[in-house]
Design a protein around this ligand. Sequence first.
Ligand code: NAI
Ligand code: MG
Length: 361
Amino acid sequence: MNASPFTLLVIPGDGIGREVVPAAVSVLRATSLPLRFVEADAGWECFRRCGEALPSPTLETARAADAVLFGAVASPSHPVAGYRSPIVRLRRELDLYANIRPVFADPPTADDPHARRVDLVVVRENTEGLYAGRERVEDGGATAIAERVITRRASERIVRVAFDLARARCAARNANDAPPAKVTIVHKANVLRETCGLFRTVALEVAQAYPDVRAEEMLVDTCALQLATRPERFDVLVTTNLFGDILSDVACAWGGGLGLASSANLGERYALFEPVHGAAPDIAGKGIANPLAAIGCAALLLDYLARRAPPDVAPDILAWSARIQRAIRHVRAVGPHTPDLGGNAATAEVTEAVIAHILTS
Ligand code: NAI
Ligand code: MG
């Protein structure tokens, strides 16, 4: 990879993607990092305009970029011939097999004694499972069947990502009283004996190679309850596609909801960062979408670039990421807040507050 500048492909997509992605870009532009931005089209509006949801130049530019920042895309409420979700296709084309969703909530304070100390990451397998796309109908439509595909290869690589991440987070905590690294392997192998059975077997095998990381296993339904009631007990969770989709939404409630939930999609060669939320047609165009989830993606993107940057550049990139994360926490704590967080600030005001904080902290 080039030492500098880094080329970032920006795909705003539809709805509030067009409002929150520019906000994240303006935060990135406010850093002094050598970043070059290229914009490309994808989504439902793009499909209506040019007949393609993910035009090939967009895909080619994604392959050539150092990372992709993606907003959200809308889907038509009824099936439309030829329309396939561009984000699902991008994940597949770029083999972005690891979906990483961190959730952070500040510890209790005198002001808010009911707050929880939450600092967890859901690592979700992104390419197979029940989302493998193997659905069909039989009996003239009276029976619908979905096949769940679990492979040793995909399970092994996603579980490795989780253990490596737990190890890195533990090293970054860097305090004597910091909790040890822990990975919770989530499955339902007592019922889904073959598919979850294989995932569980492989996960426990991989765990053997990480004696410094505590491994535990948990059934998915138990995990849902534990995430809703004792989120502070988790560090890194790793699970299959559908379970991870649902559990990460449960977990994000602790982090301030959808307006604050960021995610990374990582593969061997490519990386794409996107807020967890969708196009939000109910508030699109009003200028009140919470930009913090997209801005959080900018921080995750910088962490990723730092891991690939030359050693003399990496610390500066990491410092900017840390500044952005601190600014998000600050704005979340003291405002200004968009309506989803109970305030009446506009997207632009929140973005300006974040930029002011990173430039002065
Ligand atoms: P959504 O995430 O777009 O919205 C759910 C609710 O949360 C809405 O009330 C919305 O106003 C609110 N919300 C979401 N993000 C917000 C933000 N940043 N600030 C303030 N409020 C926010 O999910 P929904 O309504 O189920 O889907 C809407 C469209 O988005 C659909 O067409 C769906 O297919 C698409 N979608 C796309 C995704 C993607 O591109 N990865 C993910 C989820 C949905
Ligand atoms: Mg989801």
